[in-house]
Design a protein around this ligand. Structure first.
Ligand code: FAD
Ligand code: NAD
Length: 479
């Protein structure tokens, strides 16, 4: 007799595992199918985010930042340190133990919420019982094939690194995110193809530990999705202060592996160039995991790039089948997938789920961090929306000076007529935390004057948000 569930979630990344927990909280009988295996060969929950994405990359960013701080950040405080060394194996082991702790935490949450974990690869197998109103799913595990069925299905199969034709990723010399999070030692010369979020974060990790980093970016502009003034400030800091050697408008040619490393031939401004490196990271975006899912068998509609087509409530073209997270349109961010997971679980339970796609924060965990929510200035111009700008630098903030890192600014964009906040952009070491105030403000449709009238603790970095809000109506107090 096949196992039957109210809800089956396919994929236990942040979108899927959160959806499974919320559905279980709402009284559904839930199973989650997950095929991921940890390097030990054991099944693992958590998807890209916990195993080879957000969590391990942030662990390495922290370790490498601490090291760089000991080397260069303490002198001004009067602290002299000699003989500081970096034990890469220990740093990687620490990262691995955080991953194990976090993925084990989801196993605990599954047990707590009575969610059945079906280990294996899921394939949609067409309509099932109750006059075809249920869905059959085939689960292929280690040496076993099982058919299960559910009334509702949530597809949360995520994404994988996009690779380039002719560049064979072996995760030894030529790596995607998986290999780049597990180098055994610091490469002397690190090449990166794609100066996007992963390239900048992982490039920063290995640069801080001593690698000479060269990045080849296809686009002629840097950080095209960010506000132009943020991208300009970040460019200045990353290239001039930190020495990341970034080439924009590069056209990648032949890539060869030899005894001495990897050679990347590329064209820049019409001229032929070569980059020699010991390790190469390929970080040119990600693609949805829809292959082997049985989309054709079930009649599930995909777009031309393989993403599952969904409406604003993550409904697919199939009755009671939803899709969430990286496998559907929208930013490939863990928190976006999580909120979609909650939304669909609530819809399945007959509640009114909703995600506000206009208030999703972005964070790039470089040093300083970059964070934003809402529209950029160039988007407002393109859409013909009249706006006012308030910008305030951390250089005029006592807490930032005390920290020893007063780089960056807060820039607030507000509607010229209504004063509603339309976007907030931050460059600062703690931008990932500071952006939360702007997200709450936008969610509540606050005006810049609302933030200007809120009491912010002194001395704190949040005062810069306050001053940026005051600056929208040209009344910053400390400048
Ligand atoms: P995934 O996390 O990819 O999980 C999908 C799961 O489905 C996987 O476990 C997979 O094994 C499983 N699966 C797929 N197909 C099947 C099948 N047919 N049967 C069974 N199981 C299947 N985002 C942020 O918000 N903040 C960050 O700081 C951040 N850092 C990142 C750093 C790196 C290096 C990378 C690569 C990504 C980062 N991201 C970050 C993006 C984030 O990891 C993704 O947006 C997020 O993991 C998407 O969640 P998901 O649940 O949709 O998919
Ligand atoms: P990305 O889209 O951020 O950057 C890819 C870069 O590669 C782009 O700048 C693109 O122009 C460039 N590129 C594409 N093809 C190229 C080519 N042939 N030659 C040279 N450059 C080329 O993608 P990513 O860095 O791979 O990260 C994937 C996704 O993972 C991100 O979009 C993001 O959604 C997510 N992520 C988020 C975080 C975070 O939230 N902090 C961190 C890492 C990853």
């Amino acid at each position: 007799m096949a196992q039957s569930f109210d809800v089956i979630v396919i994929g236990a990344g942040p979108a899927g595992y959160i959806s499974a927990i919320r559905a279980a909280q709402l009284g559904q009988k839930v199973a989650c199918i997950e095929s991921w295996k940890a390097p030990s060969g054991k099944g693992a929950l958590g998807g890209t985010c916990l195993n080879v994405g957000c969590i391990p990359s942030k662990a390495l960013l922290e370790s490498s930042e601490q090291y760089e701080h000991v080397l260069h950040g303490l002198k001004d405080h009067g602290v002299a340190v000699t003989g500081a060394t970096m034990d890469v194996a220990k740093m990687i082991a620490r990262k691995d133990s955080i991953v194990t702790k976090m993925t084990g935490g989801i196993e605990y949450l599954f047990r707590k919420n009575k969610i059945t974990w079906l280990k294996g690869h899921a394939k949609l197998a067409g309509p099932g019982g109750d006059a075809g109103s249920r869905w059959n799913i085939e689960v292929t595990g280690d040496g076993s094939v099982e058919l299960v069925d559910a009334r509702s299905v949530v597809i949360a199969t995520g994404s994988k690194a996009r690779h380039l034709p002719g560049i064979a990723v072996d995760n030894e010399s030529i790596c995607d995110n998986i290999g780049a999070l597990a180098f055994k030692d610091v490469p002397k010369r690190l090449g990166v193809i794609g100066a996007g979020v992963i390239g900048l974060e992982l490039g920063s990790v290995w640069r801080r530990l001593g690698a000479e980093v060269t990045m080849l970016e296809a686009l002629p502009s840097f950080l095209a999705a960010a506000d132009e003034s943020v991208a300009k400030e970040a460019w200045k800091i990353f290239t001039k202060e930190q020495g990341l050697d970034i080439h924009l408008g590069a056209k990648i040619g032949k890539v060869t592996q030899g005894k001495k490393g990897v050679t990347v031939e590329y064209e820049l401004n019409g001229a032929a160039n070569k980059m020699e490196c010991d390790k190469l990271i390929v970080s040119v975006g990600r693609q949805p995991n829809t292959d082997g899912l049985g989309a054709e068998v079930a009649g599930l509609k995909l777009d031309a790039r393989g993403f599952i087509e969904v409406d604003a409530h993550c409904r697919t073209n199939l009755q009671n089948v939803y899709a969430i997270g990286d496998v559907v349109r929208g930013p490939m961010l863990a928190h976006k997938g999580e909120e979609e997971g909650v939304m669909v679980a609530e819809l399945i339970a007959g509640q009114k789920g909703h995600v506000n796609y206009d208030a999703i924060p972005w964070v790039i965990y470089t040093s300083p961090e970059i964070a934003w929510v809402g529209k950029t200035e160039q988007a407002l111009k393109a859409e013909g929306i009249a706006y006012a700008v308030g910008q305030f630098p951390f250089a005029a903030n006592g807490r930032a000076l005390g920290h020893g890192d007063a780089r960056g600014f807060v820039k607030m964009l507000a509607d010229a007529k209504t004063d509603e906040i339309l976007g907030v952009h931050i460059v600062n070491t703690h931008a990932s935390e500071l952006i939360a105030e702007a997200v709450v403000a936008m969610e509540f449709k606050a005006s810049s004057e609302d933030i200007a009238r809120i009491v912010h603790a002194h001395p704190s970095l949040s005062e810069v948000m306050h001053e940026a809000a005051l600056a929208v109506s040209k009344r910053a107090l400390n400048m």
